[in-house]
Design a protein around this ligand. Structure first.
Ligand SMILES: [Zn+2]
Length: 257
């Protein structure tokens, strides 16, 4: 079976000096491609270097993460735009809105998000969206960008099937399903019954959100089959079908070679 982890952070300091082992374990578990989410300039060089070393296995995204939108946001955004000229990225991400811990930079987050949506459209790239506690503003951004032909996915999706249906008014969108699905009483487990397998890709968001029974531990891409098994259980199908379908979805969404 082949799986794709569509959102991971192997350059995160949590993996420092163990990156090669982490990639090795993922490959052994059948996770043959991993998409590396960009956060900000602090980690970007290390992330891109690791992707260059593992071409065809690790793929870089490019984007300014909403949690990194601070006083220096303009400078950070300029770096994203200038790097976008070089190409070689599979998505603009992770970008979006996060009002969970603070709304201090909510206005700037919105401006940065819309600017990056426009960039994705200009470059004809999919968008990997991080969205937390900002659903209505997210739809305002979608409305502002209507007609730009956007496509992409909501990563670490914990919203409702209804939100996804609403999003279909704004282009081709799918959801990234990760470890939260395996948590006890997770709302997304119920919602998943109403989400078509054609709109699902798998992800870990490693080192975060480790699936049960590894909840609380450092997560890594090798845990993708645990998440796939849970999707299979909910859908009443075999894990082989989940692997095949979600891999095809990810290859298509991110135009991976
Ligand atoms: Zn992430």
């Amino acid at each position: 079976m082949n799986f794709i982890d569509t959102h991971t952070h192997i350059s995160d300091e949590a993996f420092h000096s163990e990156e090669e082992e982490v990639i090795e374990r993922a490959l052994k578990a059948g996770v043959f491609k991993m998409l590396m989410a960009d956060v900000d300039s602090g980690e970007r060089d290390a992330m891109r270097a690791l992707c260059a070393k593992h071409e065809g296995v690790l793929y870089p995204m490019l984007g300014l993460y909403p949690g990194s939108v601070k006083e220096n946001w303009q400078e950070e955004l300029d770096k994203v735009f200038s790097l976008s000229e070089e190409g070689g990225v599979v998505a603009i991400g992770e970008v979006g809105l996060d009002y969970h811990f603070s709304t201090e930079f909510a206005k700037e987050q919105m401006d940065v998000f819309v600017a990056q949506l426009e960039l994705a459209s200009k470059k004809n790239l999919p968008v990997n969206v991080h969205l937390r506690d900002a659903t209505e503003d997210f739809f305002k951004a979608m409305e502002a960008c209507k007609g730009l032909g956007l496509r992409g996915n909501l990563h670490a999706f914990s919203g409702s099937a209804q939100t996804l249906r609403r999003l279909r008014n704004y282009g081709e969108w799918s959801v990234g399903i990760g470890g939260v699905l395996t948590f006890k009483n997770a709302g997304i487990a119920k919602e998943l019954e109403d989400i078509d397998l054609a709109q699902i890709v798998l992800e870990t968001d490693a080192p975060y959100l480790s699936p049960t029974p590894k909840r609380g531990q450092r997560n890594e891409s090798a845990n993708i089959p645990i998440i796939a098994q849970k999707v299979a259980d909910i859908k009443g199908i075999g894990i082989e079908e989940v692997a095949e379908r979600t891999t095809a979805n990810a290859l298509r969404l991110f135009s991976l070679l």
